[in-house]
Write a protein that binds this ligand. Structure first.
Ligand SMILES: [Zn+2]
Length: 199
């Protein structure tokens, strides 16, 4: 059942501290489990409704960027690092080689012009809490000059290795989660995009 505003938890950061407001744990009535053959009790259900506070820390710029139609990556700019200039997507806060903090960069244009499918997998059965339409076309995306591969979802078109794809973003009602970013095959028109998504 959808929750009312009085049954939700909200969090702000004020003066550098988390300030929770509202309800974060909702108790629901449990139900007995009976064996229909014997009429005997065998157990109970255990409903739990909890709201987690998930801090993004140094990865927050990546998730904030998605809602603005931007694909944010990071790059090592340390002169003393053997892998200086490496671009990381998924976003890495620190360089894995020199452990220095990476520079935050905008790679939206690079993604629009060079993204292609490295490999893919189509799944017809999802786990709990899935919000994506089934079947889900998971794609591993490679970008020119990026040293890592990004896992995402192909929202429009059929996956094929080396096929060119372009990113789309949930800019109209961002959820600030990874599902705000998806891909479509090159040449897809704006009218084919899922609701709320733009190029
Ligand atoms: Zn480095």
């Amino acid at each position: 059942m959808p929750k009312t505003e009085n049954e939700k938890g909200f969090v702000d950061v004020v003066n550098g501290r988390y300030k929770p407001k509202g309800v974060f744990h909702i108790l629901e009535a449990n139900q007995p489990i009976f064996n229909k053959d014997t009429g005997k009790l065998v157990g109970i259900t255990n409903p739990r409704d909890m709201t987690y506070i998930h801090s993004y820390g140094g990865e927050a710029p990546f998730f904030e960027g998605l809602g603005k139609g931007k694909l944010i990556a990071s790059r090592c700019d340390n002169d003393k690092c053997n892998t200086k200039g490496s671009i990381y997507q998924p976003f890495r806060i620190y360089c894995p080689d020199c452990l220095r903090k990476n520079t935050i960069i905008d790679m939206t244009d690079l993604a629009k012009t060079t993204a292609k499918i490295h490999s893919y997998i189509i799944t017809h059965r999802s786990g709990a809490f899935n919000s994506l339409p089934i079947p889900i076309k998971f794609i591993n995306v490679e970008f020119e000059g990026v040293v890592t591969i990004l896992m995402s979802v192909l929202a429009v078109g059929e996956p094929e290795i080396d096929k060119r794809v372009v990113p789309i973003f949930n800019t109209k009602a961002p959820t600030y989660t990874i599902t705000d970013l998806r891909f479509v095959v090159e040449g897809t028109s704006e009218s084919e995009l899922p609701e709320g998504f733009t190029f």
